[in-house]
Every structure is written in C-alpha cells, then in structure tokens.
Design a protein around this ligand. Structure first.
Ligand SMILES: [Zn+2]
Ligand SMILES: [Zn+2]
Length: 390
C-alpha cells in the first residue's frame, strides 16, 4: 500500500502527528502538502496543486449550493530548520484541513476553500508565501479567511509586527594581511561597521512604535591572513507601525551606503517580502470569542488581547489587509512557554495539543456555518474591515 492511500491520515490527530514527524522546512514541504491534498481529495474537494506557481502550495475547494459566500481556511505546514515543528504548524495544517472538511459538511450554501500556504517561517525561496499570494490576487473573491496558531494562551485577533528583512552582501578586495594590507579592502569591516551603526540607530527610534532590530553576520572571510572579500549581514527590522518601518528601512539603507563608503567596499542589498501588521476585525473577534466561551474555553478578554505588545510577525497579517480575517491563537502549553524551543516542539504533539485542536476545528467550522447563514453578521464584519485603517 502506498503512503498516499486516501484515508491514511484522515483524522485530525494522525495528520498533525505525521506532519510533525516529516518536519519539512519552508518551501520544501513536498510530502506534507501531498498528504494533505490526498486527504482533501478523498473528502470530495477539488484540488489545484502548485498553486500560484509555488511548488508546495495548493488550493482545495468544495462548492455547496450557490457557491456564495466564500470562506477560506489557511494551512501552514513548514517546520523550523534544525529543530522541527517547534512553532506547531503541523497543528495549523490539521486545523485548517479538518475545519474545512467539517464546514463543508455543515454549511448549507457557500464555498469552502482550504489554501496551503508554505514557508511562513521564511526558510526558502517562497518565504512568506501568503504575501506572494495576496499580491497575485489569491484572496480576491473570498469573503472570510480563518486561520489558527498554537501558543500558550487562547485569544482572538492578536496584533503582529510588520517586518522587513535584509540580506546585505559587502564586497571588498583580498590581500595578504601582513604583506600588503594597504591593498586590501575588508568586506567584513563593511558588515561590522553597519552592525555597529544600527546599534546606534536604536537610541533614536520612536518608543511607541515597538521597534525591534536584530541581525547576524553569516559570512566574514575564510582565513585570518586574507582580507575578507565577501561578507554577508542579515538583518530584520520590525515595528507595529508600517509607515514608520518604511522610514527605518530608509535609514538602514543610508547606514549601509555610509559604511560602504567608509570602508571602500561595495554592497548589494536584497530585501525580503514585507510582512504587514495585522488588521483587527472586532466583530469577527467577538463572534469567535463567543463560540469559544460557549465551549467552556478560558479566552483572554479582547481589551487584553488588543492592548498587548505585539511580539511576532506573520504573513497572515498581509491577508488581513485584503480580506476580513482572523487567526485564532490557542493554548497547547503552560503560559510563558518559550516558542521555537524544545518545549514547544513537544507541545505540538502533546495530549494538550490534541484536545485544543479538536476545539479549534469545532469553533472555526461552527463559525463558518454562522457566517454563511447570517447576512447581517457578514455586513457588520465587512463594515469593520472598511472602517479600520490598519
Ligand atoms: Zn514560528
Ligand atoms: Zn508559527
């Protein structure tokens, strides 16, 4: 029997465990996406592979009645390099797939879509695939997008930080460090000077904009007696205020230019996709919170969720800018558990995760039913979406 036999991972927990075990990193999730597509096909979804030109992306849909309104569930299934599913994206995949399946069974009129969105963590070529998809119009014609993410609490509609990543390559001139150092131009000096100048920039950033700057130097020469001809600096700049983030990225470009002049090196800046901040939809948050409370879940109050300092970034945010969206955060570990850690790796296949996953699937699919049944709710969600600027 082949691994792809339909029905093999046809329940939420075995699918979540299988993806956890595969632990494929971003843009390389070939087996994970194949298994997920098999499950959806076996449940009567029509599946488009290689969606939007992304090899491990897909779009699966099932039309019920008139095919309107349209609800999409987003699946992530990328692991973190070196450690595995320590962000719990195995659970995100399973939640999206089985929320979609359950919604398609319960909805009376509508279209249920499951979209496979690879490489959320930014490991490969299709880093931040939701951004690529949003720019190419993948979410046009969709009325609601639902997602979920495991963590150490239950909350609806958390904010996220916008982030811009940069890879800066400095090029210098190799020379013997003792024989003719005056001929050498150190690319490493360009990178280090930039790193130090960015540290000075930290002193002069807006305190209310939740600015976070982090960086590493990944290449800095190959022998201590050879002037480094090439050095690579990787930096990420985040803020809860996207226009201010744009100002900071301009400052960063000036710093790089200045440091290259000072070290007589040349440089090339490659910027990654711009992850936006998340647009909150209060009506949506309230409605999903009500369902969770009716199931006895201890959900954070909305004021607490919205006033919390955002700590992470996600490409889900870019989806929230183009269509009413909500990513449900749910608890699979004790409060304060560090994420991307060995503890969260274990949490993502724990009994706690199994129970929470079931609640998430019920909640999201119940909500899809409510959304498709209730035109007034849809109108209010749409009004919130148009009213809120960010
Ligand atoms: Zn993560
Ligand atoms: Zn994650």
């Amino acid at each position: 029997m082949s691994e792809s036999m339909p029905g093999k991972y046809d329940d939420p927990w075995s699918l979540a465990l299988k993806i956890h075990e595969l632990a494929e990193i971003g843009s390389q999730e070939f087996e994970s996406s194949r298994i997920i597509m098999d499950v959806l096909r076996s449940r009567g979804f029509s599946v488009v592979d290689h969606y939007m030109g992304i090899p491990t992306a897909f779009r699966a849909e099932k039309v019920i009645g008139s095919g309107k309104p349209v609800v999409a569930f987003l699946a992530e299934y990328d692991a973190l390099p070196g450690i595995g599913h320590a962000c719990g994206h195995n659970l995100i995949a399973s939640a999206a797939v089985f929320s979609g399946i359950r919604a398609a069974e319960n909805v009376k009129d509508g279209r249920i879509i499951v979209i496979g969105t690879p490489d959320e963590e930014g490991s490969g070529q299709y880093s931040g695939s939701k951004i690529i998809m949003a720019e190419k119009g993948a979410f046009d014609g969709i009325d609601l997008v639902l997602g979920s993410h495991p963590g150490d609490n239950w909350s609806v509609g958390e904010q996220s930080l916008a982030i811009q990543d940069f890879d800066v390559v400095f090029n210098g001139y190799a020379a013997h460090e003792a024989g003719n150092p005056e001929k050498g131009r150190s690319a490493l000096n360009g990178a280090i000077l930039t790193y130090d100048a960015v540290n000075m920039l930290r002193q002069h950033v807006r305190r209310d904009a939740n600015v976070v700057i982090h960086g590493i130097i990944t290449e800095g020469g190959s022998a201590s007696n050879v002037t480094p001809e090439r050095s690579v600096l990787k930096m990420g700049i985040r803020s809860s205020d996207p226009p201010y983030l744009m100002e900071l990225t301009e400052k960063f470009r000036k710093i790089v230019e200045g440091c290259a002049i000072a070290t007589e090196t040349t440089y090339e800046i490659k910027s990654g996709p711009l992850f936006s901040s998340t647009k909150i939809n209060p009506t949506l948050s309230n409605a999903i919170r009500d369902i969770l409370i009716s199931k006895g879940v201890n959900v954070d109050p909305l004021e607490e969720t919205w006033s919390k300092m955002p700590t992470g970034s996600t490409d889900f945010a870019n989806v929230s800018q183009v269509v009413p969206s909500l990513e449900l955060s749910y608890q699979i570990a004790e409060k304060g558990t560090p994420w991307h850690s060995r503890l969260s790796l274990e949490a993502a296949r724990s009994e706690w995760a199994r129970k929470s996953l079931r609640t998430v699937i019920e909640t999201l699919s119940d909500f899809a039913r409510r959304f498709t049944d209730d035109p007034d709710l849809r109108r209010r969600i749409d009004e919130d979406f148009k009213k809120n600027k960010k």
